[in-house]
Design a protein around this ligand. Sequence first.
Ligand SMILES: *[C@@H]1O[C@H](CO)[C@@H](O)[C@H](O)[C@H]1NC(C)=O
Ligand SMILES: *[C@@H]1O[C@H](CO)[C@@H](O)[C@H](O)[C@H]1NC(C)=O
Length: 307
Amino acid sequence: MMMGSGMSESKCWFNIQLLMLMLLVQQSMQLRWNHPLHEVVDQINRHGGPYVGLVLAFLAEERPLLASRLFVPDSDFPVNAAITPEILLQAFDVRGVVHYGIAGGTDTSLNVGDVGVANYFAFTSSWKWTQFGSTDRGELKFGAYNLPSAGGNLLAELQFTPVQLFSNGKAMEELFWLPVDPHWYQLAIQLKGLKLQRCLNETLCLPKQPKVVLGLRGSTANVFLANEAYAKFLLQQFNISIADEESASVLMTSLSNGVPCIVFRGVSDVAGGDHLALAGLSSLAAVNSFTVAAKFVQLIARKKATF
Ligand SMILES: *[C@@H]1O[C@H](CO)[C@@H](O)[C@H](O)[C@H]1NC(C)=O
Ligand SMILES: *[C@@H]1O[C@H](CO)[C@@H](O)[C@H](O)[C@H]1NC(C)=O
């Protein structure tokens, strides 16, 4: 359902394009002494900070960033490294992570081009697969989705398992829902009426004016979700309306490092929706999610006192 990426493992070490941006100096250095990034990181931290980390995953998502000219690569350090949020947070003086990108919609009230601002994400591919014939109460009964009619099958049932969050100075927590930063979310509410792009050019436009949609729940899994029945299940069972392959990982890394994180996901297609006809327009999902992320960065820059 999301654009194909060739990335599978979603936990932590996925390949992330990372762009380091803006603001003023402080030192923070925990890289191995002979790490090749050492010198660059050192100089960047001497240059400025604290920083905001803008995290994205696909080329399609990088395009609107580069095209916007809102963020210009530093002339000395045009950082554009394929390293993870963990390295981002370990190496730089980062006070928060803004993550944007595209997602699949499970909810037909969402349209292509809309940007979802979720309060929570869950890992939905961490499963406990129950034994065939087991009487454990699983949460997903595969047999209920058999076609042409429901009935048992050898896949039995599965339960969704929470993740264990370890963070500085706190006891381990088991969580299913990983929260975005509540203060940043409150700030993001101001972006509700933000004008998003509807047309690719003069003739090719989305059927509806896209909008910012707040208060959603999102799913992250190492699957490319194209199955309408499963999308419906996620919506009905968990009220999940957007699905992607990275957000919960970025959130979890931020949570365990104790830095605020927020996620903006543009809907590139909707399960069961007319996605083929809209194929050319799905790039607006990346454009619009970037627009919202960029506006949010301006908001936090303005509110620097609390940041
Ligand atoms: C608009 O974009 C579509 C898809 O890229 C293209 O086929 C079409 O020719 C474009 N129309 C104009 C007027 O540029
Ligand atoms: C489900 O999510 C929507 C937002 O997508 C929200 O308006 C609604 O209140 C939620 N429903 C429940 C039962 O939590």
